[in-house]
Structures are given as C-alpha cells and as structure tokens.
Write a protein that binds this ligand. Structure first.
Ligand SMILES: Cc1ncc(COP(=O)(O)O)c(C=O)c1O
Length: 481
C-alpha cells in the first residue's frame, strides 16, 4: 500500500479518518499538517477510546491523534527497523530530514531493499559446522577440494584453484601466464577497478578499450587499433552477467597471438553458445564477494586451460613453495588461499547455482516487463547466442528521458529501494588516466553517466519486485504530471 493512501490532514473530521481506516485495514493513519509534515498517528483504538468518553465523529483528527509517536529516518536499515518493531509499535512512519512522511515500515514491509544480498539457507551452516567439528578450518580440507572439483566439472575440465578473492584470482592468472613488465593488456574501460588493478600489479601496462552501448562489454570492432607489438593479452569482462562475444575475441586473439583471461567475476552461470563463460580463454576468474551470484563472503576461483600453468599457479598461490620440498621456494609467491570454512559455504552455494540464476532471470523478466513500456529506458541485453545470468539488473536512462538517472535513484532511495550507478569509466580516475584518452572512450563515459542497477538479490520476492516496478511507474507518472 502506498504511503499516500494512509495519510490524512490533521483538520479532517474523525468520520473521514474512520472511513479510511475501515477501507484500508492497516489499523493506523499518518496525520500531516498543511506542509505535509508528520504531526501524529491515529489508530482505531485512539478513536474508540475517544468516542467512549463522549467524543464525536465530527471532531477533528488533531484532537484525537497521538502526537507522541515514534518515527525513523527514511534511510534507516532493516536492522534498526526490526529493533524498533515490538508488540506496541507495529508500524513505523519513515520521514525525511524535514519531517515529511515518505514511507512506512512494518514487519511485512521492511525498508531498504538492498541491491544484492546473499541467501544462505541451504547447506551452508551444515558444512561450516562440519569444518568446525572436525577442526578443518584453514585452507587444507575437503571443502576446498570439492569446491574446486565443482568448478572444474562445470567448466569443461579446466583446472580450478580456489583463492581468497576475485582480485587475486586475476593477479594469479596473469602472473602464472607470464604477463609482466613490458607487456600490454587490453581491458575494457567500463569494469570494476580490480580488473585493471590486477594488470598493474604485474608491472604490465593496461590499455583501455571502449565498450559497446548495447552489451556494455569490450567493443571488439574497435580493438585492433589498440594492438601493438607489445600486446600480450586481452581481458574480456562479462559485465553484469552479459557474456562477451567470445567468437570475435577468439578470432582476434588467434590473429595477434594474444592470451585471453576472462574476468567472470559477475557472470557465473552465464553462457555463450551454450557453454559456460570461463572456458573460452587461457584462464578465467570468478569472485565470491558477498554481493555475487554465489558467495563465500570473500573468495574467488581461477580456471586454467593448461594444467602445467595451473600447477605453477598452485605453487604461486601457496607462497611459491615447492610441492616436493617443504619450505623450498622456487618463486616469489603469495598467500592467496581460500579457507575450508569459506569453501564449505561455496559448495553449499554452488549446489543452488541454477536455482539462483533462474531467480535472477525471473526477476529480469519482471523488471523488463515494466521498463520496456518506456522507450527512454534501454533494458539489459541478452545478445544472440548468449545466456545472461543477470548478476545485476542494469539499464540505461536514455538521454531523451524526461528526468535524470539521479532523480529516479533518489526517488527509489526514498521508497527504500537501493540502487547503484554504473561504474565510473576507468580513464577518468587518477590512477588510470594515463592508460586511455577521452576521444576513444566515449561510449563507456556515456553509459557510466546514465546507467543504473536495480535490486537483484536471489531472495527478492515477486511482491518486492512488483513494488519496485510500481515505484518506477509512479515516479514516471509524477514526473509527467
Ligand atoms: C568485474 C570484476 N572483476 C573483479 C572483481 C574483484 O573481485 P573481488 O571483490 O572478489 O576481489 C569484481 C568484484 O568485486 C568485479 O566485479
């Protein structure tokens, strides 16, 4: 129920208030003054008690309302709301900084629908408990091996190594493939900074390439001009779950003898021509950060096509220590291991991968249905030959829209819906300025200014998704007057 339906002016008659209470059945009304500031609340009980002491339905609401009410700021999180809901306070008005009522929360309608929250209701607790009961909590243990095996089986037998996060997965992949100083690596200008940071860690030079307006992914038609005799590799990033055109990338990589490192941090479960992303190059990486399709809190995985390179990476992951001779170090290595505790969560999460991807695809359908009614939105792509896992439902508020992206984000925020702007283009940020120039990077710059993501948690209910859609529709109605 929209908050506007539950509001009544303090000068209205009690009869009117009672009729509204009766019609809505929420049990409470929010009372405002002429400036829409919340000044009180009124329940059925307040009216009953007033009538019993000879009050009349012709009295004004302000004579009966409770002005010692409890409210919370509109940006309160669910935890704060839950802490304040009790047997006496079941519905909490939410107000903006000047005290205008913006929304309300109840046990059935909590605030802050977050952009992407984990769902840990499968075997996570069981497996983690097993680690603790058996004392296997470090990076040794059966869950690390099981987690790697699940990835290996799912990804056409590529060797899988579990690591501490998606960023070190990228670094380990690049390092094990021998990329370093003097090499150039092509990377899209629109991605999370970890993609470019990992290249910089190796001493190689990242070369920023613009992206396609429809898929947000690296623009293969504009790539050849960036290739020099130093170019060693290309890092396609399957952004927000939309897979890159891996045929085109493969053709270019063969033509120029380039390594391919797929950054699949946002695309577990996505496919290209029926095959999972991650199997088209020399290496591929995944992230299991808390907001990813499956999570281990922090965590990552790296896949290698060549088992010899994978062996080298396994040594590098473990301090560069020889597998045959303990405490003998052949390389300057790292500690990039994942713990058994994290892997236990990962195994339980992976068991539900297809369920999670289906939920995200269903959610995308619901959002698409509303957003596609408006020509000024560019809804996310599912390009030919691809299967989008819709990690984050991300769309454009086109330039011709009668409002700015920020206005929609602001409106949704006030309605308790968290949104997220698309990444900044890398080349505008201080550490990356020298790796790209403005003229070449126009599309990524535009997308960054007008793109935004909607809540995409696998746990989002259809009711919540429809609520978000109705917020978007109401916003547009209000804008159009
Ligand atoms: C495209 C991309 N690459 C790499 C990473 C790095 O992963 P992590 O946060 O696990 O280090 C992320 C995400 O967080 C990402 O979105």
């Amino acid at each position: 129920m929209d908050v506007k339906e539950v509001i009544i002016n303090q000068n209205a008659k009690l009869r009117e208030a009672l009729q509204l209470l009766d019609k809505l059945g929420l049990g409470i009304l929010f009372i405002i003054d002429d400036f829409e500031i919340l000044v009180g609340v009124l329940t059925d009980g307040d009216i009953r008690r007033f009538l019993l002491i000879d009050g009349s339905l012709d009295n004004k609401v302000k004579e009966v309302m409770n002005n010692a009410f409890f409210s919370l700021p509109v940006d309160s999180d669910n935890g704060t709301i839950l802490n304040n809901i009790n047997s006496k306070i079941k519905i909490i008005p939410l107000v903006d900084t000047i005290g205008k009522i913006v929304d309300y929360a109840s046990i059935n309608k909590l605030r802050r629908i977050s952009i992407s929250a984990p769902l840990l209701e499968g075997n996570e607790l069981l497996y983690v408990t097993d680690c603790i009961k058996t004392n296997w909590i470090s990076s040794q243990g059966k869950y690390v091996r099981s987690f790697e095996k699940l990835f290996c089986d799912y990804h056409e037998n590529f060797t899988a190594l579990a690591v501490s996060n998606g960023t070190v997965a990228l670094h380990l992949a690049l390092d094990a493939l021998g990329i370093g100083e003097g090499d150039e690596v092509l990377v899209p200008n629109l991605t999370f900074a970890a993609s470019i940071n990992a290249i910089i860690y190796t001493g190689a030079t990242p070369v920023l390439v613009d992206v396609e307006r429809d898929s947000f992914n690296i623009d293969m038609d504009n790539i050849e001009k960036h290739i020099t005799n130093k170019t060693k590799a290309i890092m396609p990033v399957h952004l927000y779950g939309q897979s890159c055109d891996m045929d085109k990338i493969t053709v270019i990589s063969k033509k120029f003898n380039l390594l391919i490192i797929e950054d699949c941090a946002e695309a577990l479960g996505s496919k290209y021509k029926g095959r999972p992303v991650g199997v088209f190059g020399d290496a591929a990486t995944f992230s299991f950060f808390g907001n990813k399709t499956i999570t281990t809190g922090e965590g990552g995985m790296v896949l290698f096509k060549d088992p010899v390179i994978a062996n080298k990476a396994a040594v590098l992951r473990d301090h560069g220590m020889s597998k045959e001779k303990r405490y003998w170090h052949d390389f300057v290595g790292y500690n990039y291991r994942l713990t058994n505790l994290q892997a236990a969560i990962g195994v339980a999460q992976f068991e539900r991968l297809s369920e999670f991807v289906n939920a995200k695809r269903k959610l995308a359908e619901i959002y698409n249905e509303t957003l596609s009614k408006y020509s000024f939105f560019q809804i996310p792509m599912e390009k030919q030959d691809t299967y989008n896992s819709y990690w984050l439902y991300t769309f454009l508020v086109k330039e011709e829209a009668p409002f700015k992206r920020e206005e929609l984000m602001d409106y949704l925020n006030k309605k308790g819906v968290e949104t997220r702007p698309v990444f900044y283009p890398l080349h505008v940020m201080p550490p990356y300025k020298l790796f790209g120039s403005n003229e070449n990077l126009k599309v990524s710059t535009d997308i960054s200014e007008i793109g935004m993501s909607l809540p995409s948690s696998v746990s989002l209910s259809a009711v919540e998704a429809n609520y978000i859609c109705s917020c978007v529709s109401n916003f547009i109605k209000e804008i159009k007057g």
